[in-house]
Design a protein around this ligand. Structure first.
Ligand code: LMR
Length: 394
């Protein structure tokens, strides 16, 4: 049977991880995969996570199954974190999923159940795994314009023009904050126009929130998602705890389904539970329990928020340092967008050839579309990157 297998397309982020590992230059700089690194290049376990795990190990008395949707306390805590009181809790169905990717996958499976002919619209560009999963599931897909290659900001007119053509019932995948891979995000006013456009088109938003707390703050980063959740009859929200809790390998995420009323929410919940059962049965519990412990304990939560804020401020500082350094070296403000972008990534906006030059000549690794992980930098490597960008003629 296996003799019929063909090679699958490589994921450019994951293959870059391999190439980086194999490079033996000790000056190499990894700006590839989206993992937070501190000034010494480590991805630490957050203090609150360590403490919550310590309590779990000490107090947990069973590892028996929890439930198909995961622990209801996890759903409550995550809904409160992301949606606050944007809409009644009874209108929200939710399942725990293996990471944010699991939530995206289950959201798309939900579309296959509820609206199999719908087209899924993705931003151009988007996280490469979005189109990869959509294609794998055999779903219809289209792109809407998003990124302005000249300004490195949002191509808002293009975005709105394309979203106006979305058909009734189509799914529109939006990044709730910290757009991956560009780092460019709509303003609050622009979000209002996006919402009005999608309402007029009678579209169904699917919001991917993988970086809450990495942009402007936990509350600030949730604003667009809250508005969307309150503005449509049906919305799906895929949220990840990988980055903001730093628990990448624990695979902790959640899919929320916003329904029109309680009855519809119950039917949505039953279908979400069914999908979990079909795909992996019970979702992973450890990371979810750690997150719930932190969010429900005021002291742990305060400590987590403080550490997350340090993380965010570090990234903002690196953004500013890099933009300043490039302005100094080029005597030009064309790289100022790096300081305006938010989240872990910025798209430099250069050719694959130049990205390759940075790798070959300077041992600097970024994704081929010129996405850089800002958190892969530190105060000492920022000037090295800036000089390499100038030397490469970018
Ligand atoms: C990324 O975009 O680098 C992260 O979301 C990690 C991944 O799975 O691609």
């Amino acid at each position: 049977m296996f003799q019929t297998l063909k090679a699958q397309p490589a994921d450019k982020i994951l293959s870059l991880m391999q190439t980086y590992k194999a490079d033996d230059r000790d000056t190499k700089i990894d700006l590839g995969v989206g993992v937070y690194k501190d000034a010494s290049g480590n991805t630490p376990v957050m203090r609150a996570v360590k403490e919550a795990e310590r309590r779990l190990v000490a107090d947990q008395t069973t590892k028996a199954y929890v439930g198909l949707a995961g622990d209801p306390a996890f759903a409550d805590a995550m809904i409160e974190l992301l949606l606050a009181d944007a809409l009644p809790r009874e209108h929200i169905a939710a399942i725990a999923t293996p990471g944010g990717t699991g939530a995206i996958r289950q959201a798309l499976e939900m579309v296959k159940l509820a609206a199999p002919d719908a087209t899924v619209w993705i931003s151009a560009p988007t996280w490469p795994n979005h189109p990869s999963i959509i294609k794998y599931l055999g779903m219809k897909m289209r792109e809407y314009r998003y990124f302005d290659e000249d300004t490195r900001g949002v191509d808002f007119d293009g975005m709105i023009a394309d979203l106006s053509t979305v058909a009734e019932g189509d799914i529109v995948l939006l990044h709730g904050c910290c757009h991956n891979p560009t780092g460019a995000n709509p303003t609050a006013d622009q979000w209002d126009t996006i919402i009005q456009t999608l309402q007029a088109a009678k579209a169904v938003p699917l919001v991917d929130v993988a970086y809450q707390g990495f942009g402007d703050g936990l509350e600030e980063d949730a604003q667009a998602t809250r508005k969307i959740a309150a503005a449509f009859a049906n919305v799906m929200i895929a949220a990840s705890c990988s980055k903001n809790f730093g628990i990448y390998r624990e695979r902790t995420g959640i899919l929320m389904g916003i329904a029109r009323d309680e009855t519809e929410a119950k039917m949505t919940q039953a279908n979400l539970n069914f999908l979990n059962r079909q795909n992996y049965s019970f979702p992973p519990d450890h990371g979810a329990r750690v997150v719930t412990t932190i969010l429900n304990d005021p002291a742990l939560r305060a400590d987590w928020e403080a550490e997350l804020e340090e993380t965010r401020n570090t990234m903002l500082g690196l953004r500013k340092q890099l933009a300043d350094e490039l302005r100094r070296l080029t005597n030009d403000d064309r790289f100022d967008f790096i300081a305006d972008h938010r989240g872990m990534f910025s798209r430099l906006g250069t050719s694959e050839d130049k990205v390759e030059t940075l790798r070959a000549d300077h041992a600097i690794y970024m994704v081929s579309d010129s996405r850089m992980n800002i958190a892969g930098l530190n105060e000492k490597t920022v000037p090295i990157l800036a000089k390499a960008i100038v030397d490469a003629g970018i």
